[in-house]
Design a protein around this ligand. Structure first.
Ligand SMILES: Cc1cc2nc3c(=O)[nH]c(=O)nc-3n(C[C@H](O)[C@H](O)[C@H](O)COP(=O)(O)OP(=O)(O)OC[C@H]3O[C@@H](n4cnc5c(N)ncnc54)[C@H](O)[C@@H]3O)c2cc1C
Length: 264
């Protein structure tokens, strides 16, 4: 590790000031991605601004029509939350399946979505449920927030403060996990909202996306069994040592059908 400064601000205002006054400074949440990145010298910030103690980023709250989760909430807290279990059980299940206990007790929802790893689980839930992301500057729909692989609409010095989800009992997440990392080789979050079906796929390689053809098929009264990879663009998928693009493409359709069958 090289020398760098570390700050643990007590308020969001203080954190924003620290990030604004040093353009080499970087936000730190659970460190489950950032610390390995620093160890590999893939990033060399001059200062880490620790967001874990900010009261503005803490807590899980029931709000009208759904639930709001503070950005510093760990995956373990989401998984164990009675509020999340009551209004959005699929999200609690998703959080409980992230990584291993050590990752779940440090990693946060804010860090996960800010990082937007193309194999991460949360982005698919945000996209499928039509969640909104609140930052220190604005509120963004999930669709605007995620802009591609490891890329988001966040601007320098902007901090995710919370994520708001609608309540939904008819939702499910299925992950075909990479047995080594436990990230999604492919993952599918499906939801039946008042506006219709929403299906988001993670792990394809280019970043999370909605499978709109399958959504339209279901909204038009089409049979679940007729959803196959033939209606899914292979261009969403890439291959690596863990699986080819064709393999991921096929698995995506299988787990979407499986997730949908749990809603029935
Ligand atoms: C072995 C392993 C297995 C994993 N398995 C899974 C898995 O199965 N599914 C899954 O989804 N994830 C998985 N993860 C990722 C993990 O769950 C963390 O969510 C993720 O690493 C980032 O969250 P963090 O809180 O640790 O963020 P950090 O590592 O602290 O930060 C990540 C990035 O986000 C930025 N950032 C952090 N918080 C904020 C904020 N509030 N506002 C703006 N920017 C911010 C940081 O500057 C940094 O660029 C795994 C990680 C590891 C190491």
């Amino acid at each position: 590790m090289y020398e760098l400064a570390y700050s643990r601000p007590e308020s969001l205002t203080e954190a924003l000031a620290l990030l604004a006054e040093d353009e080499g400074a970087q936000a730190l949440s659970g460190g489950q991605t950032l610390m390995p990145v620093l160890r590999a010298r893939l990033a060399m910030p001059s200062r880490l601004v620790d967001l874990q103690r900010l009261p503005e980023l803490a807590g899980i709250r029931l709000v009208e029509g759904g639930i709001e989760i503070g950005a510093a909430t760990t995956h373990a807290e989401v998984a164990a939350s009675a509020h999340v279990r009551a209004v959005l059980p699929a999200l609690a299940d998703l959080a409980g399946g992230i990584g291993d206990p050590a990752i779940r007790h440090r990693g946060t929802i804010g860090g996960s979505i800010a990082n937007n790893d193309p194999a991460a689980c949360y982005p698919s839930a945000l996209l499928a449920l039509g969640a909104t992301v609140t930052t220190s500057r604005r509120t963004l729909a999930a669709e605007e927030f995620f802009t591609g692989m490891f890329s988001t609409a966040l601007e320098p010095g902007e901090i995710v403060t919370a994520v708001r989800f609608p309540a939904c009992q008819r939702a499910a997440y299925i992950k075909f996990r990479n047995p080594a990392s436990r990230f999604a080789l492919v993952g599918a979050f499906v939801a039946q909202l008042p506006s219709g079906y929403r299906i988001a796929i993670t792990g394809g390689g280019h970043g999370v996306f909605r499978w709109r053809e399958a959504e339209q098929h279901l909204d038009g009264g089409g049979a679940m069994a007729a959803i196959t990879e033939d209606m899914l663009d292979l261009g969403h998928f890439t291959g690596d040592l863990h699986g080819s693009a064709e393999y991921r493409h096929h698995i995506a359709a299988v787990i979407v059908r499986r997730a949908l069958s749990t809603l029935a």
